[in-house]
Write a protein of this length. Sequence first.
Length: 330
Amino acid sequence: MKVLVTGGAGYIGGHMVLALRDAGHDSVVLDNLSTGFRWSVPEDVPLVVGDVGDYELVLQTLRAHSIDAIVHFAAKLIVPESLRDPLGYHLNNTVKSRSLLAAAVAAGVETFVFSSTAAVYGNASDRPIAEDAPLAPLSPYGSSKQLTEVMLREVAAAHGMRFVVLRYFNVAGADPAMRHGQCTANATHLIKVAVQTALGMRPSMEVFGTDYPTPDGTCIRDYIHVSDLISAHMRALDHLGAGGESLVANCGYGHGYSVSEVIDTVRKVSGRPLEARIALRRDGDPVTIVADSTRLRSSLDWQPRYDDLATIVEHTLRWETMLRERNLKL
Ligand SMILES: NC(=O)c1ccc[n+]([C@@H]2O[C@H](COP(=O)([O-])OP(=O)(O)OC[C@H]3O[C@@H](n4cnc5c(N)ncnc54)[C@H](O)[C@@H]3O)[C@@H](O)[C@H]2O)c1
Ligand SMILES: O=c1ccn([C@@H]2O[C@H](COP(=O)(O)OP(=O)(O)O[C@H]3O[C@H](CO)[C@H](O)[C@H](O)[C@H]3O)[C@@H](O)[C@H]2O)c(=O)[nH]1
């Protein structure tokens, strides 16, 4: 199978490129390097530096490499940034996905895997959320992904394309062999921030809100190890390659941890003190988001390997320690 990986120079896309390579598939990366890194793409994987919104470039890439499937990771993904810049998010995530889909249709690509997000659900409920729950995003980031899901469904129906939409919950951790991990500069994601603080790379961190209606007052999330998330993508490609029908599936483990529990786990696993200051709530944060992942397990026969918060933290710690030793301040 020949796969175009958009955003393949980034955190999750980079793990996908390694998994495709490990499985003996050819891939081509398309990335504008806005948050990704050229060095994170293996030398034997072609990297096209460009934008998913560049219709001619994408069409030419799809044709030149006889691409069978697109896995579309490229996006902006910071919730607070999206609240400040909704037009930027809709342009990058929705309008440019439209252009990518148009090129895919023109090139006759029949299968598409799309990185969506639990942010499409908004403040759903305190129970695990299933795919048929109402969508009510709290941020332009979430709505930019929801709109792309709608567009993909309609384009697929009209043009004989089949797709898998994967709605990721909170992705964390690093490749257990330490070949790749999260490199995003000025990261805002909780586990990375907490680990960097424990390692002394940040003087302290903030807990955004301790007055939520949860047992300890902090928000609850379902943290999924990036390698388990990638195995869901590989199952999705197998499913589509075998002629499987289009589907939407949540990617999470089905249980959540509060912000305070995550910070305590980082303290325990690292064995280091970690100063966490109480701060105001962050805009756009839902209280609790936990996945009902029944569909992922049943339709794609997905089985997680790293469903353990301490393991996720340990892999993040090893990755951040390696970055620090190499003097990479990311
Ligand atoms: N990290 C998470 O917790 C999380 C959760 C849910 C969904 N997601 C989704 O997963 C995907 C990947 O996220 P990530 O964490 O790897 O982020 P990332 O920033 O590390 O990767 C995104 C990559 O896309 C590239 N990119 C962005 N816009 C582009 C464009 N217009 N054209 C070409 N390349 C472009 C960037 O340079 C980067 O390499 C995103 O679609 C994101 O919405 C991530
Ligand atoms: O320094 C920090 C960082 C985060 N948090 C809190 O930790 C929780 C998780 O926050 P993250 O920023 O790590 O992740 P989000 O839940 O905001 O969003 C992530 O998961 C979502 C799905 O659940 C989306 O997919 C999105 O792309 C991705 O960034 C939130 O309650 C947040 O307020 C802190 O208290 N302090």
